[in-house]
Design a protein around this ligand. Structure first.
Ligand SMILES: *Cc1c(COP(=O)(O)O)cnc(C)c1O
Length: 934
């Protein structure tokens, strides 16, 4: 059997059955009818023919072997770390964690929500601030989000953001990218040269410790900034904070950074979880997702995502940020690293790291080499006039990479993996002998406060206990390893084990993002091959995998459009047309790219309203920058007007951005770069099999036609004229082997078959459910694309049963709910994908039909409107087995509705959660254990 036959759920017989049900003779006939001829591509993808799983692993092994694993002492925000094996195998390599969806359905996500709450608690404790979100994309983007947060929250009218000159260079590159379109001016402040703060500024960014390793007392500067009405962000190293005074203790308003060195492999730059924390009073301006504590209908404490009203879907162009997919899986890993080591363990690790740095500094000084700062945590910058390159080369010969700062300076960063032998070899490269440790000038800044005092951080230090804690949490959650997750807009398809395997190989996992090119030939090959394949699939000319989420791909693509217009003297072109049905990130990204959003209406059939489009184009023709459309539309329809739309926008001088998150409906059948679009982002964590991780990681490559190629993102360490949207040149490079393997194993035919089957599955579900729930929008031939919207609104109006009720009842039937109320309020959007076999599709259809039967009972008055299996869903084991049962329906209906396997029932751990309560009583760190006593 080929891999494609394993990846695609329905076999030939099942496909025949499904085709028959919708009235088509073949997949080809179906696709011919579904996809408008104007965009249809009849060629065959020029990709290598499918390889087997074994061949693919062998090829990836060969690629991996071209990377050279060294001891990396480059630092700059990325450090060697030991991923505890129990976490590597039971989180990173465990589908119960990596195939989960974002926890929008909190009742079936309590495990990862608890892990994320631990993450938030870890960050707030270590930073000394009050509220942290559940992860950011990386340190660079976290710091950029901190800047815009400061802009929103500061009373100062200034456009100036003061930035510590000792900031990580990649962070500075990302800050520049984000500042420019918003009209924010960065003012570098050299703290050592005593250069003073600008006269007026709205915010100040400080690095702690600095890129050079220097640890400075920032308290006086923070005070000075506050006197000017500015907000202060401290980008702090969390491991250093186990020994150093916390940002919150020195007056910082915001802390930002990365949690990479808490057990998350370097992976050539990512994925890692960034963090962002704020002081009291700023929590409601915090971007990203925030886990909070609420309660279920029985009053039991329960976790959920708090303040969801801030999400881009609701706020759109007024959103605080465009972040959607974040880094949940990596945040879970980092939090578990803290749980496993506890406060004492972390302090011991930090002390070891620091003591190696002390030995380095002391020995260098004793050997006559001066060091730049006598106050440091893990990074020592040595001054070796004219000799820096030679020292770096000598260390490289010993298998150790150091950072060449300039011709006269070398930085050495110690980390958890540093040994005495490494220290000796480094000193040898400098030509000095090991001598005693230095005195550290950071002593006055030593931390005196406690952290990680919650019992969870001291309860699971044995491996047995850790293993069971991880199992206990993952057992609470519903992920793809239990059943289908029919989420519209999110393509929750198979994440094959063979695709996942290479991710943890040392040759991919243990490469520093700024390792010398001689060590990264394998990665360079992997990236360029993958970018080439994606260009072929999309019909574009150039691709960059740097954006580490779809949202960042959008920003990169819009910045390319902005760069293009400006290069032609069209600075005034800043209007971005966005259909009302668009994904919320689109509008938020447009604003971040300095554009003005003009909304285009949709007609009754759900398509872009062409007359409104033409009117808006006419009104804004002179200033038109772009249109952003999703294709197929977020309504799950292949709109026939797309080619006309592209032409009309081009005619007015605008560029066409096609949001490619729905590419699963196009691969092998239509290519946006050839049907009129200029730029797209793709979501590798949707179409190309990177698992969703419970809400990240993601990869959002940006793909452009040739005229935009020069405006693609560049290396953040050598930005030149290019912008950088992530802190590493290839973003989350460590998970690219997943998509590479998928494409290699599917081959051109397999990919086209996957697309066809995805469209078939969506139409099969739509046609089987249509008589029970109206299907809202369809395209030509009454067909949908790869997803369909079930309209619950008439049902809700007639019976009071809401989309929420149906979504929660699906849990009792053993399903994850479809996407709720997006893109249309009061509806459910279903995307079955190609990976679910007929039995699972039928199980879902049967559950939905049975639920409709229950709705009919409510309508008929058999069950009261406020006491029925829908309104009370989901039912926990505890509720169903309670000694008292006073409901109008029997326990068996509650717990074992039709079709549920009684021997393998998924029981949600909590009942329906009260969202409003959680938002009113915002608690975003671990509640005390007593809160769980009944
Ligand atoms: C998922 C999605 C996005 C955003 O992607 P993220 O990786 O979550 O940032 C944008 N547009 C559409 C249509 C999507 O479905």
């Amino acid at each position: 059997m080929t891999f494609a036959n394993r990846h695609i759920g329905p076999d030939t017989d099942e496909q025949t059955h499904m085709l028959k049900a919708i009235g088509y003779a073949s997949l080809d006939a179906l696709m011919d009818a579904a996809i408008p001829e104007v965009i249809r591509w009849h060629g065959s993808l020029n990709l290598p023919a499918a390889a087997s799983e074994e061949e693919t692993i062998a090829e990836l092994r060969a690629i991996a072997s071209r990377n050279r694993v060294t001891a990396s002492m480059i630092g700059l925000g990325y450090y060697g770390t030991h991923t505890p094996a129990v976490i590597k195998r039971n989180v990173l390599e465990n589908p119960a964690w990596y195939t989960a969806y974002t926890p929008y359905q909190p009742e079936i996500s309590q495990g990862r929500l608890e892990a994320l709450l631990n993450f938030q608690t870890m960050v707030t404790d270590l930073t000394g601030l009050t509220t942290a979100n559940a992860s950011m994309l990386d340190e660079g983007t976290a710091v950029a989000e901190a800047m815009t947060l400061a802009k929103r929250a500061s009373k100062s009218k200034s456009q100036v953001y003061a930035v510590d000159a000792d900031t990580l260079p990649q962070t500075l590159a990302v800050l520049r990218t984000r500042a420019e379109p918003l009209g924010i001016q960065l003012a570098l402040v050299d703290l050592d040269a005593g250069s003073s703060l600008p006269e007026e500024f709205f915010g100040l960014h400080l690095q702690y410790p600095g890129a050079s390793g220097a640890v400075r007392d920032h308290a006086p500067l923070i005070e000075a900034a506050h006197r000017q009405g500015a907000l202060v962000t401290v980008a702090a190293d969390l491991l250093a904070l186990t020994l150093l005074r916390a940002p919150g203790e020195i007056g910082a308003d915001i802390a930002a950074g990365t949690t990479q060195r808490f057990g998350v492999p370097l992976a050539f730059g990512g994925p890692h979880a960034g963090y962002l924390a704020v002081r009291a009073g700023l929590e409601r301006s915090l971007p990203g997702r925030l886990v909070g504590v609420s309660k279920d209908v029985d009053g039991a404490p329960a976790y959920r995502l708090a303040l969801q009203t801030r999400e881009q879907h609701i706020r759109r162009e007024k959103a605080t940020s465009n972040i959607c997919t974040a880094q949940v899986l990596l945040a879970v890993m980092a939090s578990m690293y803290a749980v496993y080591h506890g406060p004492k363990g972390l302090r011991a690790i930090a002390s070891r790291v620091h003591s190696h740095a002390l030995t380095l500094a002391g020995s260098l000084t004793a050997g006559g080499v001066s060091v730049q700062s006598d106050a440091f945590f893990d990074t020592v910058t040595a001054v070796v006039p004219g000799r820096a390159a030679a020292v770096v080369a000598a260390a490289a010969d010993a298998g150790i990479d150091l950072r060449l700062v300039d011709a006269d300076r070398v930085s050495v960063a110690t980390d958890e993996t540093t040994t005495d032998a490494h220290v000796a070899a480094v000193l040898d490269a400098f030509g000095v002998a090991v001598a005693g440790a230095a005195e550290c000038g950071a002593q006055p800044l030593a931390r005196t406060t406690e952290y990680l005092t919650h019992p969870v951080f001291s309860s699971h230090h044995s491996e047995t206990s850790m293993l069971r804690y991880l199992r206990k949490l993952s057992d609470k959650d519903y992920a793809l390893d239990r059943g289908m997750i029919p989420l519209g807009s999110c393509t929750m398809k198979l994440n094959a084990t063979t695709e996942m395997e290479p991710v943890t190989w040392p040759e991919f996992a243990n490469i520093h993002p700024y390792a010398p090119a001689s060590n990264t030939a394998g990665y360079e090959e992997l990236v360029s091959t993958l970018e080439g394949w994606l260009a072929e699939i999309t019909g574009y000319d150039a691709v960059s995998v740097q954006p580490n989420a779809g949202s960042q791909g959008e920003l990169a693509g819009l910045l390319a459009i902005r760069g293009y217009h400006r290069s032609r003297g069209d600075e005034h072109r800043n209007v971005c047309l966005i259909p009302s049905s668009a994904h919320g990130t689109n509008a938020a990204s447009a604003v971040m790219a300095g554009m003005r959003v003009v909304v285009v209406a949709c007609d009754d059939a759900g398509n872009v309203d062409l007359s409104d489009l033409h009117a808006k184009i006419e009104t804004h023709a002179a200033n038109l920058a772009a249109i952003m459309v999703t294709y197929p539309s977020t309504h799950g329809v292949y709109e026939t007007s797309i080619a006309d739309l592209c032409a009309a926008v081009h005619e007015a001088g605008g560029q066409v951005y096609v949001d490619g998150a729905n590419l699963n409906a196009l691969v092998g059948f239509a290519r946006p770069g050839k049907f009129g679009a200029d730029v797209s982002h793709l979501n590798l964590h949707k179409t190309f099999c990177i698992p969703h991780g419970g809400g990240g990681p993601g990869v959002g490559p940006v793909a452009v036609r040739s005229h935009l190629a020069e405006f693609l993102p560049g290396d953040p360490l050598e930005p030149g004229d290019h912008h950088a949207v992530s802190a590493a040149a290839h973003g989350s490079a460590g998970i690219l082997p997943i998509s590479w393997a998928y494409l290699r194993m599917m081959g051109p035919d397999g990919l086209a078959a996957a697309t066809g089957t995805a469209v078939l599955a969506a139409n099969y579900v739509a046609s089987r459910l249509r008589e029970h729930y109206p299907v809202l929008y369809t395209g030509s031939g009454g067909l949908v694309a790869h997803e369909c919207i079930l309209d619950l609104r008439p049902i809700t109006k007639a019976t009071g049963v809401s989309v929420d009720d149906v979504a929660k009842r699906l849990i009792d039937y053993g399903f994850h709910a479809p996407t709720m109320s997006f893109p249309v309020a009061g509806t459910l959007m279903v995307e079955p994908t190609e990976s679910e076999d007929l039995a699972e599709l039928d199980r879902f259809v049967a559950a939905m039909i049975a639920i409709k039967g229950e709705i009919d009972q409510v309508a008929a008055g058999a069950w009261p409107k406020d006491d029925n299996p829908l309104r009370n869903a989901p039912h926990t084991a505890s509720a169903v087995t309670a000694d008292e049962w006073e409901h109008a329906y029997p326990r068996s209906v509650a717990g074992f509705p039709a079709g549920v396997d009684r021997t393998a029932k998924y029981w949600p751990p909590v009942r329906r959660i009260d969202g409003a309560y959680g938002d009113r009583n915002l608690v975003c760190s671990c509640p005390s254990p007593e809160a769980f006593e009944d």
